[in-house]
Ligand binder design. Structure first.
Ligand code: HAM
Length: 417
């Protein structure tokens, strides 16, 4: 029986991984310049963390979690996202005592049992950040500026930032009532899912993609018309800050997120290039989550980028090629050159060689195929003469080098071109 990867789970192969690595490097360096530090959170947690953190009536918790009992009978879930875990860790390790604002970033796989399709996987990678400890709109702006800096750095610029405000515990309950009253008249026109959401999570109806539901939501009351004074000021200051930094955005009053912890600012970065799975990054404020999970009342904001989706938008990058290929003929040449290859690699030179004991023609062919810049040829004759032949693979010129000085002369020669 042929064993294959599980449906919705993807290998990221050489040739694809380079874009991912570039994204990770850009994110790390930009996050760190904004004062964020990496946190490694576990891949599994007790199920209750996500049920309480993300919300019991969300799609993620109701239908998408990989949950199982471990050998001790404990209910465990593979993390579907990172925010709940970061907040758990923040409370558990009392990070609020260490600095007024904890600025953390993480990267790694997340797991959701969704229907697989282009750009949607059951194991996918996120790069995320969380800033805990301030409710000032300036932090919302800073976080969005940081996200935009990462996307700019990797050349993903044809995207749209959509923002909205979902209100807070003061104004949202009233808005929810108004919204329910509106939807009540149209219940029969809503899809089955939204009829259920009407009871559990009526705001989610606003971003249903179903045609019938969209016709109803088009005229639904907007959360922005029901913000309390504080939320209104907060939203205005976020917009002002983005304008000041010339970060383009659109206000999408139907933007509601699939996780329940959000309040006030919510945002998504979308693209038109990936079909239905158009969100490449998303996040928002979650000022009630730390308290909800048993910590001191602490505001927070964050986002997560979808690594596979962003990598699809990046230019494909080449797998790095060898600087030099050692074409060694005979065991003695291999034995003599082993320390030199190890030393060069230690100095950061990419060294390749043939491992099958092929003849010169075969080895030259392999060097060519791998795209090596140079090939160093050492056969019996060269060994006897204490020489090696260095061939420039681009212009085919050859230079004779002394075997005993190779370790000193090669790095210099490779640097020259
Ligand atoms: P999310 O919107 O569920 O938010 O996910 C963030 C991003 O992860 C999405 O915009 C998308 O690019 C990517 N993503 C989500 N599901 C999949 C999937 N099945 N396959 C491929 N990519 C996917 C969160 O997870 C929040 N924790 C973000 C956050 C951090 N909010 C505050 N802090």
């Amino acid at each position: 029986m042929k064993i294959q990867a599980i449906r919705g789970v993807k290998d990221i192969l050489p040739g694809e991984i380079e874009a991912v690595q570039r994204l990770e490097q850009a994110a790390r360096s930009i996050f760190e310049s904004f004062g964020f530090s990496e946190i490694r959170i576990p891949i599994f947690e007790v199920t209750e963390l996500f049920a309480r953190g993300i919300g019991a009536t969300t799609d993620i918790v109701e239908k998408e979690m990989y949950t199982f009992e471990d050998r001790d009978g404990k209910k465990i879930t593979l993390r579907p996202e990172g925010t709940a875990s970061v907040v758990r860790s923040y409370i558990e390790h009392q990070l609020y005592l260490k600095a007024p604002v904890a600025k953390l970033y993480y990267l790694g796989p997340m797991f959701r049992h969704e229907r697989p399709q282009a750009g949607r996987f059951r194991q996918f990678y996120q790069i995320g950040i969380e800033a805990l400890g301030t409710d000032r709109p300036a932090m919302d702006v800073e976080v969005l500026a940081m996200l935009s800096a990462v996307l700019n750095q990797i050349g993903v610029t044809e995207v749209q930032l959509e923002i909205n405000s979902l209100g807070d515990s003061v104004c949202r309950p009233e808005y929810r009532k108004t919204l329910k009253a509106y939807f009540k008249t149209y219940l029969s026109q809503l899809c089955e899912n939204c009829r259920r959401r009407y009871e559990t999570n009526p705001m989610r109806i606003l971003d249903c993609k179903n045609e019938g539901c969209r016709a109803v939501t088009a005229k639904a009351p907007s959360p922005l018309d029901h913000l309390c004074a504080d939320c209104l000021v907060h939203f205005q200051q976020v917009k002002d800050g983005l304008n000041q930094l010339k970060i383009p955005f659109v206000v999408n009053e139907h933007l509601v997120r699939g996780l329940d912890y959000y309040m006030r600012t919510a945002f998504e970065v979308t693209t038109t290039k990936l079909g239905a799975q158009n969100a490449i990054a998303a996040g928002g404020r979650y000022d009630g989550l730390v308290k909800e999970l048993g910590g001191p009342p602490t505001p927070g904001i964050g986002f997560a980028m979808g690594v596979e989706r962003i990598a699809l938008l990046m230019e494909r990058m080449e797998t790095p090629k060898p600087d030099i290929f050692f074409a060694l003929l005979g065991e003695e040449a291999v034995r003599r050159m082993l320390p030199v290859t190890i030393q060069l690699r230690g100095e950061g030179v990419r060294v390749e060689m043939d491992y099958s004991g092929g003849g010169l023609k075969k080895q030259m062919g392999l060097s060519d195929k791998l795209g090596a810049r140079y090939t160093l040829i050492i056969g019996e004759n060269e060994l006897k003469a204490g020489k090696a032949m260095l061939r420039n693979m681009a212009d085919k010129s050859q230079t004779e080098l002394s075997l005993s000085e190779l370790a000193q002369t090669l790095p210099e020669r490779l640097r020259k071109t």
